[in-house]
Structure formats: structure tokens, C-alpha cells
Write a new protein. Structure first.
Length: 365
């Protein structure tokens, strides 16, 4: 009988014991209580044996890899995090307290870097915003309102107060999570493969959740008048870009759904005549008048939005550091898998300033 089976037996017998107690069946309750105690003792012994075997296996692997130069800091950080996670601990990218104790292991820095790269590849809009790291769940941050001018000084004149204008922007961090099922054989064999499985399953949903929040802020904070895309679509978008003040125009990005981005890109490859206002670089990135065209999933945005022309400096992405992970071997016991809960935390706000309000692009293409 393996460890998972022992844990399940204890859970089943504990539930049965409760029923016998309610039925006042003393003899049966005593028998079950004794069986539960024995099963718990067996579980302790089995866990110690498993831990010892894992240490021996890791030592063997370490010795084997030393000559190959594979025993580096990255591998060890994955091992330490996986060990803490799989024994029921909580791992985090920051120091947190769980049940009165600080977490002993952290999510590997390498994992976070790889996750960010993967999310960027899936079209994450997070880093197009102004990302503001925070350490508390709620609060206010002073942010520049942009604009304004310097004051001309004359000899003996004091510099006026309030040369830089700020507003306190309130944030309220929300937690978003996913349960990832990891095959137990994979979890036991390779720490790096364990985190690779978590990363692949988490990344797409994380991007969709963040992008939906960002697009919602653009919709809520947009200018009163939408721009209709008819006739010369590229020209209309350029006119919209040029409507912003030069000081914020450098932050402007064009966000387009798949249909609009395709139409813009096709203007570059048109057989009837290449549109010089559109460029496509070697990586397939599309630009209008040097402003990148970012694609978004139409299902995540307001139904009428074909896109937005948006100074992304006006979108503030409040980010509580990294991710937290915890595991349970009960949820997927029958399928011999471990459930890993992955949680990220953020909030998105728009700056209420006409200079940086996004313009919504509408029309059925």
C-alpha cells in the first residue's frame, strides 16, 4: 500500500468513525480508532522511508551530474522549491507567513522569468502598461498627471510649489488562481519538469485574465467619442494617433482585434500597392507610423470594439510580486496526480486624464 492509499484509508476510516460515534456503537468505534492510529503510524514510517529514498536518489543524481557541471544554482532552486511544495508546503516569490511560520522555499526566479517570456509570447498586454509593484493588498499610489509647463523665473523669485502634479490612485489587489493537475510520476522524477508543466498550464489563462482586465479599463476610461473605421483605415488610425499631444504620443499603441490587425498587415503585403505607412519587421510585428499594433482576443473585449488607440502610460498595472503555490494530493487521488494551486495577484486602473484617455475604434470589418 503506497502513501496516497494510506492517506485515503485514514480519511475513509475517520469518516466512518464519525458515523459509529453518532450511532453510539462503542465497540466498532474503538476498533476503528485503533485502526486509524495504526494507519497513521504506518504513514509516518512510509513518509520517512520515501523521504530517505528521495534524498538518496538526489544524492546519486548530484554525484552523477557533478562531472557534467549540471549541479548549478538553478537546478538546486527548482529542487528545493519542488521538495517544499510536494510535502505540502506553500512556496511564494515573497516572504509570507503560513500557519504562523515563514515559508522556507521560494518559487524559483528562473521559473518567473520563463513564465514572463511565455506570457509575452501569448500576447500579454501587461508590460505595455505602466507596471507598479506593490507590497500591500490595498492602498494609494501618487502618479503623475502628465502635462503642464515650467514656470519662467526672474532673479530673486521663489520656485513655485506644485511644479509636478500628482494624484493619488487607489488600488485593490485581487487574487486569481488555477488548479493544475501534475502526474505524480512526473512530480517525483524531475523538479524542472514539474514546474514546466505548471508554467504551460498557467500561462495562457494568466494572459487571458490580465488582458481582459486591461481591455476593460480601456473601455471604461475611453474618450466620449468613438472613431469609426471607414475608407482609409490606416489613415484614420494615424489621424487618431496624431490627435494626442506630442508629450504622450510616444506612449501610444494601437490595439487591434484579429480582424483589424489582419487588415492592417495585409495593407503592407497588398499586391495592388504596398502601403508605406505600415511596416512589418522580421519578427512579424506590425507597425503603423512606427506605433506597434498589438493583437487582442475579441472574446476578451467589449463586443463593439475593433480596437483602441491608447497611450498605455495611462494604464496602471498594480502588481503584487510573483505567484504563490500550494499542493493537495487528495483532489486527484484516483488519477494518481497532485493538484497544485497557482495564484497571482494584480489590479488595473486607468488614469482619469483627457490627455491619456484611449480612443475606441469601431466598425464591422
Amino acid at each position: 500500500m503506497n502513501i496516497n492509499e494510506l492517506r485515503q484509508e485514514i480519511a475513509n476510516k475517520t469518516e466512518e468513525l464519525g458515523k459509529k460515534i453518532e450511532a453510539r456503537d462503542l465497540e466498532a468505534a474503538k476498533t476503528l480508532d485503533s485502526e486509524i492510529r495504526q494507519a497513521k503510524e504506518l504513514l509516518k514510517i512510509a513518509e520517512k522511508k520515501e523521504e530517505s529514498e528521495k534524498r538518496d536518489l538526489e544524492n546519486q543524481r548530484d554525484q552523477k551530474n557533478k562531472g557534467k557541471g549540471c549541479d548549478n544554482m538553478e537546478t538546486r532552486s527548482y529542487k528545493n522549491a519542488a521538495k517544499e511544495l510536494l510535502k505540502g508546503g506553500v512556496i511564494s516569490t515573497r516572504a509570507i507567513e503560513v500557519n504562523g511560520e515563514n515559508t522556507k522555499a521560494v518559487v524559483p526566479v528562473e521559473f518567473l522569468k520563463e513564465l514572463e517570456k511565455l506570457e509575452a509570447g501569448y500576447g500579454s498586454l501587461e508590460n505595455e502598461c505602466e507596471v507598479i509593484p506593490v507590497t500591500s493588498s490595498t492602498g494609494k499610489r501618487p502618479v503623475s498627471t502628465l502635462g503642464g509647463k515650467l514656470t519662467k523665473l526672474t532673479p530673486g523669485q521663489k520656485l513655485p510649489e506644485g511644479s509636478l502634479k500628482f494624484v493619488d490612485l487607489a488600488y485593490d489587489i485581487e487574487a486569481y488562481g488555477e488548479i493544475v493537475a501534475v502526474d505524480n510520476s512526473l512530480a517525483e522524477d524531475s523538479a524542472i519538469d514539474l514546474f514546466a508543466t505548471i508554467k504551460e498550464n498557467f500561462a495562457v489563462k494568466s494572459v487571458n485574465t490580465k488582458n481582459e482586465a486591461i481591455l476593460s479599463v480601456l473601455e471604461t476610461n475611453k474618450k466620449d467619442s468613438d472613431v469609426e473605421l471607414t475608407g482609409d483605415i490606416v489613415g484614420t488610425i494615424i489621424e487618431t494617433i496624431d490627435s494626442y499631444a506630442p508629450s504622450v504620443r510616444k506612449f501610444v499603441k494601437v490595439l487591434a482585434n484579429t480582424a483589424l490587425r489582419s487588415k492592417i498587415k495585409n495593407a503592407f503585403y497588398s499586391e495592388s500597392g504596398k502601403d508605406e505607412r505600415v511596416t512589418v519587421d522580421a519578427n512579424g510585428k506590425v507597425f503603423i507610423d512606427s506605433h506597434e499594433v498589438l493583437e487582442f482576443d475579441s472574446t476578451l473585449a467589449n463586443g463593439t470594439a475593433q480596437g483602441y488607440v491608447a497611450p498605455m502610460k495611462g494604464v496602471k498595472f498594480f502588481k503584487r510580486a510573483g505567484v504563490d503555490m500550494a499542493q493537495s494530493d487528495q483532489a486527484y487521488w484516483e488519477s494518481n496526480a497532485t493538484a497544485v494551486r497557482v495564484v497571482t495577484r494584480f489590479d488595473v486602473k486607468g488614469l482619469d486624464n483627457e490627455m491619456v484617455k484611449p480612443t475606441k475604434l469601431v466598425n464591422s470589418l
